[in-house]
Ligand binder design. Structure first.
Ligand code: PLP
Length: 400
């Protein structure tokens, strides 16, 4: 018998909210202070807490991660060509474009979907100034190999660490690798401040530049020293961030439990591939739950599984499909690398729901639903993939 659909939709993510009394207590402080934005006392407290958490003084907070990255590139004076990944959220490349930098898309590695250092090296030209790599899903890039290339070729090494809050390598917070890292505190992230972003950086001299750039370029009351923008984090965001930070250890533990449940309950389902277990030296945040669907072994393809799950009120997401270079906005960018791995992964990848209040019994139910779809569809779907509509109708009839 077909599993029952969930009564309420299960989305790929759902923001963690701290107990409301904690937030109300903080709002009272904001009301007393009558200070809503512009380097307020709660923002400063948040900055100090993050400084402790990340073991660095070199941090700067922003109203979102996109502007943080944009300002990071601007403040470091990056120009020309930057080698980057097509397998990420579109903001990574947008930040380059807003700085009039040409993205050079190169391939990713098959296990953890991060930039392939060999592909990076092969793409360097006299115009290359930096590498912009992404710790996608929080999986650390090959930081040593990339650092080695950056050092030998005299390139800046910048990380989009939007997904990597809380990740450590050999006990060191991930922001200690590279010249600059950007973290997103968007509500869809495991750690969030509703909206928000952060830069961490090696060169402490950059702090004042970033502070000017996020506040219109103001230096004091009557001097504007650079063409900045408005990218300041406000007091409510900082308050949410402080409160969520207090729960971070529990949030990561919970995500790890969800991950191990998915792995255990899906281990016998053919055609589902999980990223391999990480080395013991990496403390991972399990912020996302990516799996690859092999259409031949599973019986139907990723897109059909994605659609079939919706019938059960389960809303997985195809992060990151399409590749950025395939969006109409970036189709005119010349791509020399065949992107063989990235193209394959983008066709197979599916992110399953994971968020702190997803009950373990619901994770098990999602797995049972996937297993049931696999069993019902395998060998029974005989319409070729290019007849998508008929195929979809046939799958729908099987699962109803
Ligand atoms: C990889 C990546 N980079 C950049 C961003 C942009 O961050 P924000 O939404 O905070 O602007 C996001 C997420 O939203 C992301 O997933």
């Amino acid at each position: 018998m077909a599993p029952q659909p969930f009564e309420k939709p299960i989305h790929v993510t759902k923001p963690f909210l701290p107990p409301i009394e904690e937030f109300v207590g903080g709002l009272e402080e904001i009301w007393d202070n009558h200070w809503l934005t512009n380097d307020g006392p709660i923002l400063r407290r948040f900055e100090r807490r993050l400084s402790n958490y990340f073991e660095t003084e070199n941090i700067c907070l922003f109203n979102n991660g996109t502007l943080a990255l944009q300002i990071g590139l601007q403040g470091m004076g990056i120009s020309g060509e930057v080698i980057t990944t097509p397998f990420t959220f579109v903001a990574t490349t947008h930040a380059l474009f807003w700085n009039k930098i040409r993205p050079v898309f190169v391939d990713i590695e098959p296990d953890y979907y991060t930039l392939d250092p060999d592909a990076v090296e092969a793409a360097i030209t006299p115009w290359t100034t930096a590498i912009l790599a992404v710790h996608v899903y929080g999986f650390p890039c090959r930081v040593d190999a990339l650092a080695d290339i950056a050092r030998r070729q005299n390139l800046a090494l910048i990380y989009d660490a939007a997904h990597a809050f809380g990740v450590n390598i050999s006990g060191r917070p991930i922001c200690h690798f590279g010249d600059l890292s950007m973290f997103s505190f968007h509500a869809t992230k495991l750690f969030h401040s509703s909206e928000g972003g952060m830069l961490t950086f090696r060169d402490s001299g950059l702090k004042s530049t970033f502070d000017y750039l996020k506040n219109f370029g103001f230096k004091g009351e009557v001097e504007v020293v650079m063409p900045g923008t408005n990218a300041k984090m406000n007091e409510m965001q900082a308050l949410m961030g402080i409160l969520v930070l207090g729960h971070m250890k529990a949030l990561i533990d919970r995500s790890r439990l969800i991950d191990s449940t998915y792995r255990e309950w899906l281990k016998d389902v053919p055609g589902i591939k999980f990223p391999p277990p990480l080395s013991d030296s990496i403390y991972y945040n399990s912020a996302y739950q990516p799996v690859e669907i092999d259409a031949v072994e599973f019986g139907i393809g990723r897109d059909e599984l994605y659609e079939a799950l919706k019938e059960f009120n389960i809303f997985a997401r195809r992060y990151f499909y399409p590749l950025l270079c395939d969006y109409s906005c970036y189709r005119s960018v010349e791509v020399r690398d065949p992107l063989k791995t990235a193209r394959g992964v983008a066709q197979r990848i599916l992110c399953l729901p994971t968020y702190p209040d997803l009950a373990i019994t619901d994770v098990q139910r999602i797995c049972e639903t996937i297993a049931w779809i696999q069993k019902s569809c395998r060998d029974k779907v005989n319409i070729p993939e290019d007849k998508a509509l008929h195929r979809h109708a046939q799958i729908s009839s099987l699962i109803q």
